[in-house]
Design a protein around this ligand. Structure first.
Ligand code: NAD
Length: 416
């Protein structure tokens, strides 16, 4: 909920789905089947806290659509991770996986908690209890979790271990694992690397020299920090970044390796000496060529969209713009490259990890990065082509392709 008049995240995502369904001429029943999650599970997750008390958290796993393959989607630990948000994110995974043309359905999970307030032991116990409570839905050919906001490779190691205590050694049941446990090289960086590949392609098509572009990134966790790092390696200038504690700005370009060192020590980008301090609200309104929201949902809405001064918006976070913000950017002629395309690098390399686990084989980093570039750039070109042919925004084109593929697979499988 809400800088957008109380509309739920799921309703907002469905505005894009409905436009695609209209353009595809889907019958009412088909539309309803594709819109609704196939299965939703809510679980209580009681754990013993370090002080001896018992605390009960709410956990969710939503399997939105499994027509194109096993359900696939991350696990989020965040205070806003409720059923409605997880449902919206699960549906985005369905359309994202279809757009990337990888053999997965869409799912998402979450535990409503603030991971920053929990000790490592508490997080370990929370993850194990949550895994055991949703374990009957999971499986290497059924439903495969991965990290998302507030979770990481360590969380996946605990999940794999808890699942393995019941089912035996099956590393392919989660992706985004540590490399030592069967994770893929390049998975940790994959979402950020994909963001940079898509930004490079879009900048080229828009006649922008990406190495001259000023890039501003909100969020400096897995996705934001790797995006900044890899963009820096390609010679781009990152002029602003932020995290939950605030941001820093330097028009000449931030020293990203020094900023990473600062974050490792201080736990935040705030207070970095190599730039001017600024709030998250100010950061989103900085003059720049590329603005990359890479933190949380619905940070750009009808109140602040008119003040955004970016030449292009690249959605690394899931659902960072409300539909009203989208309309404002369309009126202002500012291109928005949508989440289901931009941040697909994570799930694409998760697909490589799953494949490597099934074959008990290891790819090299060059194989991973080359194949990632190939798949995400193919999806980008398809979106660009469809947008051009049909006169659509990038988001409408991306949804048209994703929804169209899921509808077609449903027809071929014979239940439509
Ligand atoms: P993360 O937990 O590693 O990092 C999140 C970052 O956002 C942190 O820097 C945090 O301080 C910042 N943040 C949190 N609340 C904020 C606020 N209110 N204002 C400003 N900054 C805030 O999470 P992540 O894995 O980097 O995920 C970020 C986004 O990318 C999410 O929308 C997630 O769904 C999406 N995503 C992640 C992956 C992945 O592989 N991790 C894949 C696809 C999409």
């Amino acid at each position: 909920m809400t800088p957008s008049d109380g509309t739920s995240s799921f309703d907002e995502v469905n505005q894009s789905f409905d436009k695609a369904a209209d353009r595809l001429g889907l019958a009412d029943g088909v539309r309803e089947m594709l819109r609704r999650p196939w299965r939703e599970l809510r679980v209580s997750v009681p754990i013993r806290m370090d002080d001896g008390s018992i605390k009960v958290f709410d956990g969710y796993r939503v399997q939105h659509n499994g027509v194109r393959g096993p359900y696939k989607g991350g696990i989020r630990y965040h205070p806003d991770a409720d059923q409605e948000e997880v449902r919206a994110l699960a549906s985005l995974m369905t359309w994202k996986n279809a757009l990337a043309d990888i053999p997965f359905g869409g799912a998402k999970g979450g535990v409503q908690c603030d991971p920053a307030q929990l000790s490592e032991d508490e997080l370990n116990r929370l993850t194990r209890r949550y895994t055991v409570n949703i374990e009957h839905l999971l499986g290497v050919n059924r439903d495969i979790p991965a990290p998302d906001l507030g979770t990481d490779a360590q969380t996946m190691a605990w999940m794999m271990d808890a699942y393995g205590q019941i089912h035996g050694y099956i590393p392919g049941v989660v992706t985004g694992k540590p490399v030592e446990l069967g994770g893929s090289v390049g998975r940790e960086q994959a979402t950020g690397r994909g963001v940079v590949f898509v930004t490079r392609n879009a900048a080229m098509d828009m006649g922008m020299d990406h190495s001259q572009a000023r890039i501003v990134i909100q969020g400096f966790g897995n996705v934001g920090s790797w995006t900044a790092n890899i963009a820096g390696e390609l010679g781009c200038k990152v002029t602003g970044v932020s995290d939950v504690n605030g941001g820093v700005h330097n028009e000449a370009g931030l020293d990203i390796p020094a900023l990473l060192d600062h974050k490792r020590e201080a736990g935040t980008v705030a207070g970095f000496a190599g730039g001017e301090p600024m709030s998250n609200a100010e950061l989103l309104e900085l003059d720049c060529e590329v603005l990359i929201p890479a933190a949380i949902d619905r940070v750009i809405h009808k109140e602040n969209a008119p003040n955004v001064r970016a030449g292009m918006i690249v959605e690394a976070a899931n659902h960072p713009l409300t539909p009203e913000a989208d309309d404002i950017f369309e009126d202002r002629g500012i291109p928005v490259i949508p989440d289901i395309l931009v941040n697909a690098g994570g799930v694409i390399v998760s697909y490589f990890e799953w494949t490597q686990n099934l074959y008990q084989h290891r790819w090299t980093i060059d194989e991973v990065n080359t194949e990632l570039d190939s798949i995400i750039s193919k999806a980008y070109r398809k979106v660009r082509e469809t947008a051009g042919e049909k006169g659509l925004s990038h988001r409408d084109a991306a949804f048209l392709i994703g929804v169209g593929r899921v509808a077609e697979t449903s027809r071929i499988r014979g239940f439509l």
